[in-house]
Design a protein around this ligand. Structure first.
Ligand code: DSN
Length: 458
């Protein structure tokens, strides 16, 4: 190997790339710069987002991107994979260590594809799966008719009880009635803990496999602030860019069942997943994303992240309490994780109007259906908030009271014209926007530029 010269250093390489981008493609550079500033200048409370550390983000920009590497470490279909193999193995080892798993596949491009890969590992087209209904906080890939999961497989859905908790009894009843081959648990808008052992008991009673999708709560699971499903479920999936603060993509884990044989009675669950990721579902993996995942897996086992995870939960509890103190209806009356769902329709505003009005003021949340919603998915009766990004800003529970004051003022100022249109007084908007900027400046993202109060980016 030739020695790496000091001027071959990666930081110089990246700086050169940025300089060339600025010089040769100012149009694109300007848009990227605007997005960078936008994130600094708004309070992002979208529950499915977070703020990755630059040390994870830069991995996505590495020359690893240049390597085509179909296959797995030490079993590639292409040459030139010596370091790629080590990077992917490092990501696998770190993922297994972080989650206490026996098997990890770091190649899925997203949690969506991770879920589909698991489904095709144990189901044949036309087989039955049982998942949480989208309307009750499930995910598109848990059996929605809009996704492969609901079109290729026969999907049956369980819901929530009237007090907005997972209806385990209904899930059990439906499992016994429909004999699914796969049961999916995990949610996108459920603020409470999930009883993995109970789901496993339901699955075992009907001979089904269990898939736990922990996309939203993966960081809390690593931090021990939510019980882990890894040894309860046959398969655990997650994305790596929400609460793992790593590269954008998916991850499949298997716990103690990794050597159990699958439906054909021959191949193990781990072997089935390995073959379904590649070559069945994907070609060459994104090795830069895998490097960024490796960085995220190291971050979430650090003492620093333990504090972030505790802050995530403390902030969401404070957020929920502040909403309720203002008289808002919070779904389930609180939260155990990072998610808070608020019924804004009770105040006469649709979720979509609330989302748009809040974003105008620098408060970024997303519209979300609430249990037994009377409005369609593109309108909704609720908004969903999450504290992953606020925790990175090192916010304190007291700041949540201020956030809710601002949100409440905006909602009170919305004059709803119809379910998708509203008026918002421009003076109110400017005032709240200014207060959001002050808050962003007081609690900056450490690695982003401090917001400029007078010159907010468009
Ligand atoms: N599942 C969507 C969400 O929760 O917002 C996107 O990941």
């Amino acid at each position: 190997m030739h020695a790496i010269r000091s001027d071959d250093d990666l930081s110089r390489f990246l700086a050169n790339g940025i300089e060339r981008l600025r010089r040769d493609d100012p149009e694109l550079y300007d848009l990227l710069q605007k997005e960078y500033l936008r994130q600094a200048n708004v309070l992002t409370m979208v529950a499915s987002s977070s703020i990755a550390d630059p040390s994870a983000l830069v991995c996505e920009a590495m020359p690893t991107m240049n390597v085509t590497a179909e296959g797995y470490p030490k079993a590639r279909f292409h040459a030139g994979c010596r370091w790629i193999d080590e990077i992917e193995q490092l990501a696998i080892d770190r993922a297994k260590a972080a989650f206490g798993a026996c098997y990890a596949n770091v190649q899925p491009m997203s949690a969506t594809s991770a879920n589909e890969i698991v489904m095709f590992s144990v189901l044949e087209p036309g087989d039955t799966l049982l998942g949480l209904e989208l309307d009750f906080g499930g995910h598109l890939t848990h059996g929605s008719k809009a996704s492969i999961s609901g079109q290729v497989f026969k999907a049956v859905g369980y819901g929530l009880t009237r007090d907005e908790r997972i209806d385990y009894e209904q899930a059990e009843r439906l499992a016994k009635e429909h004999r699914p081959k796969l049961i999916v648990c995990g949610t996108t808008a459920y603020p409470r803990q999930i009883d993995w052992a109970r789901f496993r008991a339901i699955a075992d009673a009907v001979g089904a496999y269990l898939l736990a999708d922990i996309t939203h709560i993966a960081g809390l699971v690593v931090a021990g602030l939510h019980p882990s499903p890894v040894d309860h479920a046959h398969f655990t999936t997650t994305c790596t860019h929400k609460q793992l603060y790593g590269g954008r993509g998916g991850l499949i884990l298997i716990g103690k069942d990794f050597q159990k044989t699958g439906p054909d009675g021959k191949r193990t669950l781990a072997e089935l997943v390995q073959k379904k990721v590649f070559p069945f579902f994907q070609g060459a993996p994104n090795q830069s994303a895998i490097a960024a995942k490796a960085r995220g897996f190291a971050y979430v086992v650090s003492p620093e992240f333990q504090k972030v995870a505790m802050r995530i939960v403390a902030l969401s509890n404070a957020l929920a309490a502040a909403f309720m103190k203002k008289g808002h209806r919070v779904i389930t009356g609180g939260t155990d994780n990072h998610i808070v769902v608020v019924d804004v329709f009770k105040r006469g505003i649709t979720g979509v109007n609330a989302e748009k009005a809040l974003e105008e003021c620098g408060l970024v949340v997303n519209k979300n259906r609430i249990p037994y919603d009377v409005n369609p998915p593109t309108v909704t009766s609720g908004i969903r908030l999450g504290t992953n990004g606020l925790a990175i800003r090192q916010m304190e529970p007291g700041d949540m009271v201020e956030c809710v004051e601002l949100i409440d003022e905006v909602l009170a100022g919305v004059q709803q014209l119809n379910e998708r249109e509203y008026n918002l007084d421009s003076k109110l908007r400017a005032r709240i926007e200014g207060k959001v900027l002050e808050l962003c400046q007081r609690r900056p993202i450490r690695t982003y530029p401090a917001p400029q109060l007078a010159t907010r980016a468009a």
